[in-house]
Write a protein that binds this ligand. Structure first.
Ligand code: 2YC
Length: 273
């Protein structure tokens, strides 16, 4: 999984309105609408203001990323919750969150990024939710991808989840990866996935793309009018690419917002008797 840098996320908090405006322009949905559609929940099923959220900095492995926990806090607050970053880090920070009775605890090390719902004792993970969030954005931008073929570029954790969820939602799926073995493995697990061996060929013929790869995509290979939903980091599409295709990207927000709504949704008990 590609690890974010401080530079990738330095403007996330201040650019939330700009991202929301872009999503409305491309998909007709706000960040919260995309997240709710991604998890299959009615927006008003839960009251976000009822959630006190703690975001815990984690120093393990390669350590904290500048503004990572502050950005996650600001995304939670953008969704209407009451989030803060704990004063302490790691296990001490987790204990601080439990002591102050946080309803949801978010934290990430170098391998997992989770949103733990303390009431339900269940968590949502960033890889699954990034796949769901970017599929929801693609579906909204494309009008509908039901029955249409979507190309997944990158057979890593997000790409693999994207194949699974796309098939479950009734899209046709093709997958490509510079490591052919990874692409073939996905097709074995998720029956019905088509493997395309030549990555550039795959992109040249694709109308709908989930780009879950850190690799650069040449603008020359992008089909005129393609819709590219692109969680991949680093994001290297140039101006000409944006003129040829609809491109949806942000380094953290859509995935985190989906993960946050998924975790909150665990508290939904159906219509209260
Ligand atoms: O600041 C901190 O608490 C760090 N421990 C955060 C490390 C996040 C590492 N993960 C990533 O960079 C990417 C993100 C998009 C989320 C999942 N992987």
């Amino acid at each position: 999984m590609t690890r974010l840098t401080g530079n990738d996320i330095k403007d996330v908090s201040q650019d939330l309105q700009k991202l929301e405006d872009e999503l409305i322009r491309l998909t007709g949905r706000k960040i919260k609408n995309i997240a709710c559609e991604a998890v299959g929940m009615w927006e008003h099923a839960i009251n976000p203001e009822a959630f006190n959220v703690a975001v815990v900095p984690v120093t393990s492995g390669l350590g904290v990323i500048s503004r990572f926990t502050e950005s996650v806090r600001d995304i939670c607050n953008w969704l209407g919750m009451n989030a803060h970053v704990t004063k302490t880090t790691d296990v001490q920070g987790f204990a601080e969150a439990i002591t102050e009775k946080a309803d949801m605890i978010l934290m990430a090390d170098d391998n997992e990024f989770i949103a733990y719902n303390t009431e339900e004792m269940r968590y949502s993970d960033n890889s699954s939710c990034t796949a769901k969030g970017y599929i929801a954005a693609l579906n909204a931008a494309a009008g509908s991808i039901l029955g249409k073929e979507v190309l997944v570029v990158g057979a890593g954790r997000v790409g693999t989840k994207a194949c699974q969820f796309l098939l479950a939602k009734g899209s046709k799926v093709a997958v490509t990866d510079i490591d052919l073995e990874k692409a073939r493995k996905v097709a074995e697990i998720h029956k019905g996935t088509r493997v395309i061996e030549d990555v550039e060929e795959a992109i040249r013929n694709a109308d709908y793309i989930i780009n879950a790869s850190p690799a650069h995509i040449d603008t020359g290979n992008i089909k005129e009018g393609a819709v590219i939903s692109s969680p991949g980091v680093p994001h290297t599409f140039d101006k000409e690419a944006y003129n040829k295709a609809v491109i949806i990207h942000d380094p953290l927000v859509i995935g985190a917002a989906t993960m946050i709504m998924q975790s909150a949704y665990y508290s939904y008990k159906g219509c209260r008797r």
